[in-house]
Design a protein around this ligand. Structure first.
Ligand code: HEM
Length: 221
């Protein structure tokens, strides 16, 4: 005798035993396996989180070491230029240093008439007449739309990529005098061996408002 069962036929006995087996399996798993599985997952989660944290720490340490090495290299380059009496290269090193550490974040301006910055773009900003603004040339000097590889210390970059002496109509009238003063002040200092910040608070740059005012250094001879 051939018995054929259709897909929609219901076999109550089979359904009962299947459900019972499933329930027994559920109870057994719940009693014996669920706890260890959960614990394993938690341990794994913790290990992954620790691995991510440790990778982050290692990355930060590597970045700090790389920044330190870069700074040492930059200092060595300026020292070499000073020792070689290469005023042009020394100035370029100092000028590029000023891009990273300008004397202020930018000039203050008063908006003469209503104006919209970046008009027509999503970041458009309306500035009403009379508003006092800080025009951040410091930020502009790190804008990769106008400065090639802005985060790189490059003494050979073209001078128009720097706004250390301002820009346009009010470009510093004393720029050439400042260039001579800065180069000739730093040259003898950079020729000293073991040039370093003074210990303690004196070795921190003191400012008056935004302007640098005082920094003590030490050297061996
Ligand atoms: C580290 C040295 C110097 C730096 C970084 C510097 C920077 C600047 C900057 C950023 C401006 C533009 C200000 C603005 O747009 O409102 C400026 C303007 C000016 N600077 Fe200098 N400056 C230096 C040294 C000097 C020296 C030594 C003199 C004079 C002997 C001088 C005289 C002027 C004058 C008169 C202006 C105004 C120009 C104008 O409004 O048309 N600066 N300077």
């Amino acid at each position: 005798m051939v018995v054929a069962a259709g897909l929609t036929d219901v076999n109550f006995a089979l359904s009962f035993w299947t459900a019972l087996t499933f329930l027994i399996l559920l109870v057994v798993l719940g009693k014996f396996a669920w706890g260890p599985i959960l614990q394993m997952l938690e341990t794994r989660e913790r290990n992954i989180a620790e691995a991510i944290e440790s990778a982050k720490r290692e990355r930060a340490a590597a970045e700090a070491a790389s920044a330190e090495m870069k700074a040492a290299l930059e200092k060595a380059r300026a020292e070499a230029a000073a020792l070689a009496d290469d005023d042009e290269l020394l100035w370029r090193c100092l000028f590029e240093t000023l891009r990273f550490k300008p004397i202020n974040p930018g000039p203050f301006r008063e908006c003469a008439e209503d104006y919209t910055i970046a008009d027509g773009s999503p970041s458009a900003k309306r500035i009403p007449a009379g508003t006092r603004l800080l025009v951040s040339t410091q930020s502009a000097m790190f804008d990769e739309r106008g400065v090639v590889q802005p985060k790189e210390f490059r003494p050979d970059r073209p001078s128009h990529e720097s706004m250390v002496f301002g820009y346009g109509l009010h470009w510093c009238i004393g720029a050439f005098l400042a260039r001579a003063q800065i180069t000739q002040t730093f040259k003898p200092l950079l020729k000293k061996r073991g040039l370093r910040r003074a210990p303690g608070r004196d070795g921190d740059l003191q400012t008056i408002g935004l302007m640098p005012a005082h920094l003590s250094v030490q050297f061996d001879r």
